[in-house]
Design a protein around this ligand. Structure first.
Ligand code: PGA
Length: 231
């Protein structure tokens, strides 16, 4: 499978930035997917870029003011949806069970959910991270077909901090996930990925790609990160 290079723009970006991203080059062995704020998604439909969303609701439609469903995303041409990002878990009270329902709905409508898991700084340093990650995996992916979603390992302490786990530490978590889910589920890493560390990350066995936040907001930097994952 192609390695996934996912841009999580979060609540950033602009129409101007989307124009700049039209110059993004396709690189063999990789698939770049841009996840902009939802209001910009229609602007991607006449580009060659693959795109996805940062969230969706777990119902098809209804009285849920301000929400967007997987059905809407599918209609716009999205292929992926990021679910259970730690910012949504902590700031919008999303539980594993909510993430699980959203992911099931996304899969029902032909989208691939990118399910985020990750330990806190305390869980890592008190050596409780394996337990924390396994619990998130078990509850968030319950009942979902294992080849129809992606797991994004995003340690919370590494998001936006410049701190990245060692390749060995990432490898340990990949092994843990594979022991739990087998080898049919693609696993990607996210947290302070940039054009300097992308090459090292690209060498980690079993890693199927990356989720990039801050460094995905500059087209030159993002292109370098994609280039580092060339097959
Ligand atoms: P970052 O964010 O690359 O800015 O650390 C990653 C993420 O939150 O997905």
């Amino acid at each position: 499978m192609k390695r996934l290079i996912i841009a999580n723009w979060k609540m950033n970006g602009s129409i101007h930035l989307i124009q700049e991203f039209r110059s993004l080059k396709k690189i063999p062995g990789t698939e770049a997917i841009i996840c902009p704020p939802a209001c910009y998604l229609p602007l991607f439909s006449d580009t060659l870029m693959k795109f996805g969303a940062q969230n969706c609701h777990h119902a098809n439609n209804g009285a849920f003011t301000g929400e967007i469903s997987a059905l809407h995303l599918k209609e716009l041409g999205c292929t992926y949806v990021i679910l259970g990002h730690s910012e949504r878990r902590t700031q919008f009270n999303e539980t594993d069970s909510v993430v699980n329902h959203k992911a099931a709905k996304a899969i029902e409508h032909g989208l691939t959910p990118i399910i985020c898991i990750g330990e806190t700084y305390a869980e890592r340093h008190e050596n409780r991270f394996e337990q924390a990650l396994l619990s998130q995996i078990d509850r968030s992916t319950h009942g979902l077909p294992r080849h129809q979603y992606v797991i994004a390992y995003e340690p919370i302490w590494s998001i936006g901090t410049g701190l990245v786990p060692t390749s060995n530490d990432i490898q340990t978590v990949i092994n843990l996930i594979q022991q739990r889910l087998g080898t049919h589920t693609p696993i990607i890493y996210g947290g302070s990925v940039n054009d300097k560390n992308a090459a090292d990350l690209s060498n980690i066995p079993g890693l199927n790609g990356i989720l990039v936040g801050g460094a995905s907001l500059n087209v030159t930097t993002f292109q370098s990160i994609i280039d580092a994952f060339q097959a």
